[in-house]
Design a protein around this ligand. Structure first.
Ligand code: IPM
Ligand code: MG
Length: 368
């Protein structure tokens, strides 16, 4: 498998548990390279760490390197020590600029329930068992990037404002991604908007309907975002692909994460039109638990699987990493976030290191 391939991967360590987990998880790539795939792995600072060392959350050099890479693997950014910086200098700004500069407009956030973890969800087992929802979130437009934006003084009152704007080409391209992905799944797309109140999302709905004309084999439904939030916790299995804008997608994907038991399990891919991608766990930098060897590395490992699937065109390798994760869960290994309150004797609490070691052993045991 994967004979003679060579890829350039930029690793951005980030902050908190992002920087802690990544070096361990990169050992997964060492195993994969045994099977004749080689990687040029370049590591750069990013986010808060880059602010401290280079005075900016994203250096020109890092951006340049990202542009030249096949894929970017990213930890997580942020921490309380940088919270009071102005918006333009915050660690999160690095993430937003990177997404935007690489034009990674399609953010794929799968919420998959792993059967050994059903008890870890706060929802009833029958609600989450065998859940498989894919959130397709537009990532480089909408209110996150719209202008004008800011805080100003008007009539002696401070006034804050942002702009929720989409043009039709932005809606069209993300809708196509959602329909194409639905074709490889259960062929159902639910587009989430707030078309009863916001004109921009009425346009969203109109354009999605237009794009759908070329995807008649896929079922299209529409839902207002407030209802979608409710339906996601009421009966999430009604969804296959959820297509939505940047901010609604941000919120709904955290909700979907909880269905799977822990946000520590969720990977994500952000892809551009050339197949280049940024791969990162959905969880944040969790500074409160950083450096304690307790963080769950599985979302980052599953992000590597997504990288193989979407940027490096190695679906079998992606499958084997996902199987390896399932296997360690089936063996009863749990990091603290996925350990139920009254665990049975078959479950074993492990740290970040040990979890990665076990996934690697399981991978070595399969034919990668
Ligand atoms: C996410 C995060 C980011 C976002 C933050 C850290 C800027 O919440 O990836 O979901 O809002 O997109
Ligand atoms: Mg978020």
């Amino acid at each position: 498998m994967a004979v003679g391939k060579h890829w350039q991967i930029l690793v951005l360590l980030g902050d908190g548990i992002g920087a802690e987990i990544m070096p361990h998880v990169l050992r997964v790539l060492d195993i994969v390279s045994i099977s004749d795939a080689s990687f040029d792995i370049i590591t750069h600072d990013f986010g808060g760490r880059s602010i401290d060392l280079h005075g900016t959350p994203l250096t020109e050099d890092t951006l340049d390197q990202a542009t030249k890479s096949d894929a970017v693997l990213l930890g997580a950014v942020g921490g309380p020590q940088w919270d009071d910086l102005p918006m333009e200098k915050k660690p999160e700004k690095a993430l937003l600029s990177l997404r935007s500069e690489l034009d990674c407009f399609a953010n794929l956030r799968p919420a998959l329930s792993f059967s050994p973890l059903i008890e870890a969800s706060t929802l009833k087992p029958e609600v989450v068992a065998e859940l498989d929802v894919l959130i397709v979130r537009e990532l480089t437009g909408g209110i996150y990037f719209g202008t004008p934006r800011g805080v100003e003084l008007r009539n002696n009152l401070r006034r804050g404002f942002n702009t929720l704007v989409y043009d039709e080409t932005e809606i069209e391209r993300i809708a196509k991604v959602a329909f194409e992905l639905a074709r490889k799944r259960r062929r159902r797309v639910c587009s989430v908007d707030k078309a009863n109140v916001l004109e921009v999302t009425q346009l969203w709905r109109d354009v999605v309907i237009e794009v759908h004309r070329s995807f008649k084999d896929v079922e299209l439904t529409h839902m207002y975002v407030d209802n979608a939030a409710m339906q996601l916790v009421r009966w999430p299995k009604q969804f296959d692909v959820i297509l939505t804008g940047n901010m609604f997608g941000d919120i709904l994907s955290d909700t979907a994460a909880m269905l799977t038991g822990s946000i520590g399990m969720l990977p994500s891919a952000s892809i551009n039109a050339n197949g280049q991608g940024i791969y990162e766990p959905v969880h944040g930098s969790a500074p409160d638990i950083a450096g304690k060897n307790v963080a769950n590395p599985l979302a980052t490992i599953l992000s590597i699987a997504m990288m193989f699937r979407y940027s490096l065109d190695q679906p079998l390798l992606a499958d084997s990493i996902e199987y390896a994760v399932e296997a360690v869960l089936a063996q009863g290994l749990r990091t603290a976030d996925i350990m139920p309150p009254n665990p049975s004797n078959e479950l074993h609490l492990v740290g970040t290191n040990e979890m990665v070691d076990s996934v690697i052993s399981s991978l070595v045991g399969t034919d990668t």
